[in-house]
Design a protein around this ligand. Structure first.
Ligand SMILES: Cc1cc2nc3c(=O)[nH]c(=O)nc-3n(C[C@H](O)[C@H](O)[C@H](O)COP(=O)(O)O)c2cc1C
Length: 185
């Protein structure tokens, strides 16, 4: 059997009841056996400050190690004011430095945005892609994942109950697994 590949799933919300976090957890159950998902939350990640590059806080080191050891990165994020939430932008900045030592460099990646609204976080999704071009992350292009109407997707226990979304996520993560595998060659 081919060895299992590992993906860091970076969640762009700190909220306990975050839909993005629930989506990330749902994906772990839907991923094919060839792909293991490590859900990375950003609670406690210190703000990036270039003065600390020589003596990085332990939480930066942990975050960078988790992403560095992964074969791929998958971002699951809400949209804040038509862009990327500050905590996620901060994580990208932390992972990208010191200059020349970005933990994202060369990895395959994916972006899933979501919203209770109809547009599914399109603005955040594409602002994030702008940073990922510079960080040399090869982002899966199709299917695009702008998940609108997320508000009725989960029950009170956090279980995914929206069948159409389950089917979409299953197809997405299968395609993503193939994308990640392709980049190992
Ligand atoms: C500061 C802030 C800005 C927001 N801006 C947007 C926005 O631009 N577009 C959108 O669809 N939803 C926006 N929302 C609503 C979020 O989509 C909603 O709160 C969502 O549940 C947050 O994601 P989470 O459930 O993963 O925490 C905003 C929410 C906050 C708190």
């Amino acid at each position: 059997m081919a060895s299992q590949l590992n993906t860091a799933v970076i969640v762009g919300s700190l909220r306990k009841e975050s839909f993005s976090l629930k989506l990330a957890r749902a994906l772990t159950a839907l991923a094919p056996p060839s792909l293991q998902l490590d859900v990375v939350t950003l609670n406690g990640l210190s703000l990036y400050n270039q003065d600390l590059d020589a003596t990085p806080p332990a939480d930066w080191v942990d975050f960078r190690d988790r992403v560095r050891k992964a074969d791929a990165v998958l971002f699951v994020t809400p949209e804040y004011n038509r862009s990327v939430p500050g905590v996620l932008k901060n994580a990208i900045d932390v992972g990208s430095r010191p200059y020349g030592q970005s933990v994202f460099n060369g990895k395959p990646g994916g972006v899933i945005s979501n919203s209770p609204g109809a547009l599914g976080g399109f603005g955040a999704n594409h602002h994030l892609r702008q940073s990922l071009v510079f960080l040399n992350v090869s982002v899966l292009q199709q299917p695009e994942a702008y998940i609108g109407g997320i508000g009725d997707a989960f029950d009170e226990k956090g279980e995914l109950v929206k069948t159409s979304l389950r089917e979409f996520l299953e197809a997405y993560i299968k395609t993503f697994a193939a994308w990640v595998a392709r980049h190992q060659q």
